[in-house]
Design a protein around this ligand. Structure first.
Ligand code: MEV
Length: 306
């Protein structure tokens, strides 16, 4: 029997970096998915077929954690396939981890709740990169749009079916652990100032949560742009991201910000559909690459083989 599962990519809406220190964030799942298939095989070792070495490392660690927890002696063949490149910051590591765990649980008939998948996946991610809030694991697992607090203390799904985002890739791959460590070093140096920035980001997330629930898009856009300014003061933005954000707002977006760790990857702009084209063109005019996505996508699911 071969089981195929898939998990979605993600975009951070508000709250990055502060979430590492226990503050809340808002994150949405995108309709670009990562697929994993799992089957038992008779070889002496596990076999992992993944286009990226990074993905393959996460699958390896997932197998190690899962096998030791459930005392599995069988060997498996795991294959991965992604609809998005690992360079854009959509969270391929967490998606591959969550999708692998789901596939293993179905194949080996071990029932796992969403929270159990979260806990195991978070353990895998921390074992490999040692830092991270776990928000990317939660969204790959639960999907849709989440209010999430660091470490998964609160994982609350929000109703959010009409949010229109334009996504611009800056052309540079960012390394999340490096940026998280950079912010941590800044906090050691200027604790009061950085904690003040985190407090302000936390407040924006609270207000933004309400805006999403009552569909106050204009207000939400303003909060996103304010969040970008706060991220600039944490020194995680880049000139390219700044100009993409600036031009998107000039072109009529409700608001815009970098999304994720910063240092590259993507920015997002919240738009009315009427302004989409103008905002996309503006982002391209400053060197950004537009990636078309739908937000609020389904979390990890079984694709075939059950
Ligand atoms: C990275 O996409 C978001 C950060 O907040 C790190 C994390 O939450 O794990 C910078």
């Amino acid at each position: 029997m071969k089981i195929q599962t898939s998990a979605p990519g993600k975009l951070m809406l508000l709250g990055e970096h502060a979430v590492v220190y226990g503050y809340p964030c808002l994150v949405t799942a995108v309709d670009n998915r990562l697929y994993v298939s799992a089957e038992l095989h008779k070889k002496k070792e596990d076999e992992i077929v993944a286009p990226q070495v990074k993905e393959s490392n996460f699958v390896k660690e997932t197998l190690r954690v899962f096998k030791s927890k459930y005392h599995i002696l069988d060997n498996l063949k795991i294959e991965t396939q992604s609809e998005f490149s690992h360079t854009v910051g959509f969270g391929s590591s967490s998606a591959v981890t969550v999708a692998t765990l789901k596939a293993l649980s179905i194949l080996l008939d071990i029932s796992l709740s969403s929270k159990e998948i979260f806990d195991l996946s978070y353990e895998v991610v921390l074992a490999i990169q040692s830092v991270g809030s776990g928000f990317d694991v939660a969204i790959a697992d639960y999907g849709h749009t989440l209010y999430f607090t660091g470490g998964g203390k609160e994982i609350r799904p929000l109703k959010n079916d009409e949010m229109h985002l334009v996504v611009g890739y800056s052309g540079t791959k960012a390394d999340t652990p490096t940026l998280v460590k950079k912010v941590s070093a800044l906090r050691k140096e200027k604790k009061e100032e950085v904690d003040g920035i985190f407090d302000s980001i936390g407040k924006l997330v609270g207000q933004a949560t309400e805006c999403i629930q009552i569909k106050k898009w204009e207000e939400l856009g303003k909060l996103m742009t304010q969040n970008h300014t706060l991220l600039q003061s944490l020194d995680v933005s880049t000139d390219r991201l700044d100009s993409m954000v600036h031009t998107a707002v000039e072109a009529g977006a409700y608001g815009a910000k970098l999304s994720g760790a910063g240092g590259g990857d993507c920015m997002i702009a919240l738009v009315h559909e009427d302004k989409r084209e103008a905002v996309e063109k503006a982002i391209e005019s400053v060197g950004g690459e537009v990636i078309r996505v739908k937000t609020n996508a389904e979390g990890v699911r079984i694709e075939s083989g059950e």
